[in-house]
Every structure is written in C-alpha cells, then in structure tokens.
Design a binder for this molecule. Structure first.
Ligand SMILES: Cc1cc2nc3c(=O)[nH]c(=O)nc-3n(C[C@H](O)[C@H](O)[C@H](O)COP(=O)(O)OP(=O)(O)OC[C@H]3O[C@@H](n4cnc5c(N)ncnc54)[C@H](O)[C@@H]3O)c2cc1C
Length: 376
C-alpha cells in the first residue's frame, strides 16, 4: 500500500476511527469534523498545490480513498462528492472561477454534484432542470434527487438544460429559492447527507456558470463522472479491506466445534473469496489510476471497468464477510453490517452496473471491429 498521505490518514483515523458506527446509527457526521477534514485538504487530495490542495496523484489519492472507505463509507461518499465538485470546477471553470472557488473547497467549504432528477436517473438526457439567461443573471428552476452530501454542502454544482445544450452552475445552498431536504434512513452510507435539492426561480450571477452555456450534457456528465467513478471504485476497495480486517480477525479467534472458524474449510473458502474480491478490485482501480496518471486514452473505459468491477466485488465480498461474521457482524453499525448495506448502493450510483455493462460492451465491440479493420 502506498505510504503517501500518511498524515491525512492519521487525521481520518483520529476524527473518524472510533465514531463511524455512531455516525451510521445517527445518520449524520458532525459538520465540524467535515470542515476540519475539508480544511486539511483531505476531501479533495488531488487538487493541485496552487489552489491549496495536496497535489496527490491518482494512485496515492485512490489508496487514501480506500483507506477512508475502510473506515467509513459515509465519509468516503462525502469525499467523493466534494472531490468530484472540485474536479468539475478544475476541468470546466475559467481561470478566474478556479482561482475563486477551489481555495474555498480546501478551506473547508463543502460541495456536492447534482445531475439526477426524479425522471432522470440512468437516462440523464431526460433532465428537466432549466437554466435561463437574462442579462448577467442565470435563473434556475428544477429539482434534483438523491444528491450525496447535499445536506452538508455550502455549494451544489447543478447541471441543467439550456435549450438543446447544457450547463453547470455553482449554486450556494443559502441562495434564495434553494431548498435542501435530507433523505431519512437511506439503505446505506447513512451519514452521507443524501438530500433532494429543489430550485425555484434561483437567480445567480452569470459568473457562477462553469465554462459557458453551449456544452453538451454528455460531455459535462462524462467529465464529472470520470472522477466520481474512480473515487467510488477505490471506495469499494476500502469496503473490502474493512471487511477483510474484521473477518480475518474473527475467523482466527472465534472457536466452534473445537477449532477456529478459519480451520473449517467452508469458512476459509469464504475468507478466500473475500481476499480475491479485494485483490481484483484493487488491480482494476490501480490500472485505471495508472491510465489517469499517464494520460492514457483508455482512461475513460478503464475507469468504468474499475467502478463496475469494484462495486460488484464489494457486494460479493461483503456478502461473504457477513456469512463468516454471522451474528457477530449482524448489529447495525458494525463495520461488516455497514459494508453489506453500503456495497449495494455502489452498484447503483455513478452509473449503475447495467449502465457500466452497456458501456463496456459497446467498447468491446468497437475495439474488436477496429482490430478486424486493421487486420484487413
Ligand atoms: C445512495 C445514492 C447516492 C446518489 N448520489 C447522487 C449524487 O451525488 N448526484 C446525483 O446526481 N445523483 C445521485 N444519485 C442518483 C443516482 O445517480 C441514480 O440513482 C442512478 O443513476 C440510477 O438512477 P435511478 O435510481 O433513477 O434508477 P433507474 O434509472 O430508474 O434504473 C432502474 C434500474 O434499471 C436499470 N436500467 C436503466 N436503464 C437501463 C438500460 N438502458 N439498460 C439496462 N438497465 C437499465 C438500472 O441499472 C437500474 O438497475 C444517488 C443515488 C443513490 C441511491
């Protein structure tokens, strides 16, 4: 494991290590802790140093994300949303917008990213949030669903339609017309601050629009989701590592029928399955991060693959972990109980498993076709 970001790991351990179960049960992370971690640059570690970030590479940041995910998937979800917002501003914002907004995000202001709507989940082309421009003002009307970290956020990056095109607007959550409604009792990542965000006649300066109004929605989505998928993939590695730590300890020490669980072959098969899941997910994420760092043209598909593989392995591995822990892991708040619930959501967000499979199949067919043509 990379030993970079060790100070930041220590900060996460100090602030989250013993409280993750309590946060899960309460459905909330104390805002002060999020602000402290944000101000330590921990929630967007890849942001360049010129903006006050840690300037971490994708691999180091990925390992750090996995560490956070092994401690608390709710915190990791907040980190993913905040990091995705920072990445989106970095990619789409003008020099002035980057200079104004990014230091705020490393100064402890929290941000989220809002695409989804009640009728636009997998199919983002169905987005109905409308952006209108009058003189130097953008007017926003719409409603966003299931926005991770929105309950904590000071800013939400809202994606909306501008005629046939699209744009992304930085919306302060205290702007008149913005209403944030926290979702009660989500299945998993219960303290991640999921919320619906309603925007009624929200009027903001045009300077809040990132990178112009004539962009295609698919370009905007691909930009933001690339970071989100990488981060979720590494978060799933963390889920598996959290399970592995708990399960190996339990299997060694829990005695049934006169010997440790680990010496019962059917149990050790489950431990092996969990270990294999962690290794597969790690390799897929490492490959994607290497593509990211080297600027490989394969980065987009490698990231889809990493997210899909890691999410499915996390679900599979968490189920194996629960089976080994049995009643010892069956209490709400236990690291393996949380993993079992949190992992399922990872198969739904940032492009569900089915949407990832469609993209992977399309890529496989296009690659095979290109190979055939090249051989002719
Ligand atoms: C915990 C959580 C956090 C979230 N965080 C955010 C966030 O921060 N920001 C944000 O914008 N959104 C967020 N979302 C929303 C998330 O992006 C959507 O839930 C996701 O895109 C799926 O959309 P949906 O739930 O409407 O399901 P639907 O699109 O209705 O899909 C239902 C099922 O049908 C499948 N399906 C749909 N279309 C196809 C197809 N063409 N082929 C095969 N299968 C298909 C899907 O894979 C899924 O299994 C979050 C959701 C959850 C649950």
């Amino acid at each position: 494991m990379s030993d970079e970001l060790t100070v930041e790991r220590a900060a996460v351990r100090r602030l989250a290590g013993k409280d993750a179960a309590a946060w899960d049960l309460a459905g909330v992370i104390p805002r002060q802790i999020l602000r402290e971690l944000g101000a330590a640059g921990v929630l967007c570690a890849e942001l360049p140093k010129e903006y006050g970030g840690l300037g971490a590479g994708s691999l180091a940041s990925g390992e750090f994300t996995a560490y956070v995910g092994s401690v608390c998937s709710s915190l990791r979800s907040v980190l993913t949303s905040h990091g995705m917002a920072a990445w989106t501003i970095q990619r789409l914002g003008t020099r002035e917008q980057r200079a104004a907004l990014l230091p705020e995000l490393v100064g402890g202001r929290l941000a989220a990213v809002a695409f989804s709507e009640s009728d636009a989940g997998s199919d983002l082309s169905a987005i109905r949030t409308e952006l209108r421009f009058v003189d130097d003002t953008v007017i926003i009307d719409g409603s966003k669903s299931w926005i991770t970290a929105a309950a904590y956020a000071d800013l939400v990056i809202v994606f909306g339609k501008v005629g046939d095109n699209a744009a992304a607007v930085v919306v302060p959550t205290d702007a008149p017309g913005v209403e944030v409604e926290k979702i009660a009792h989500p299945l998993g990542c219960r303290a991640a601050g999921h919320a619906h965000v309603r925007l009624a006649d929200v009027r903001l300066p045009i300077a809040n629009v990132l990178g112009g109004t004539g962009l295609s929605l698919s370009l905007l989505a691909t930009t933001a989701l690339a970071y989100g998928r990488m981060s979720v993939g590494w978060g799933c590695v963390g889920i598996l590592r959290g399970c592995l730590a708990a399960v190996t300890d339990h299997a060694r020490t829990r005695v049934q029928f006169g010997k440790p669980l680990a010496e019962h072959q059917l149990v050790s098969r489950l431990v092996a399955e969990l270990y294999i899941a962690e290794q597969i997910a790690t390799r897929a994420c490492q490959h994607a991060s290497q593509c990211w760092e080297s600027g490989s043209p394969e980065v987009v598909i490698a990231t889809v693959l990493a997210k899909h593989v890691s999410a499915t392995q996390a679900m599979h591995g968490a189920a194996s972990a629960m089976q080994v822990m049995a009643s010892a892991g069956a209490s709400d708040g236990h690291v393996v109980a949380r993993a079992y619930r949190d992992a399922k959501l990872m198969e739904i967000i940032e492009g569900s498993s089915e949407i990832c499979q469609l993209e992977l199949a399309k890529h496989a067919i296009a690659t095979a076709e290109a190979t055939r043509r090249a051989a002719q």
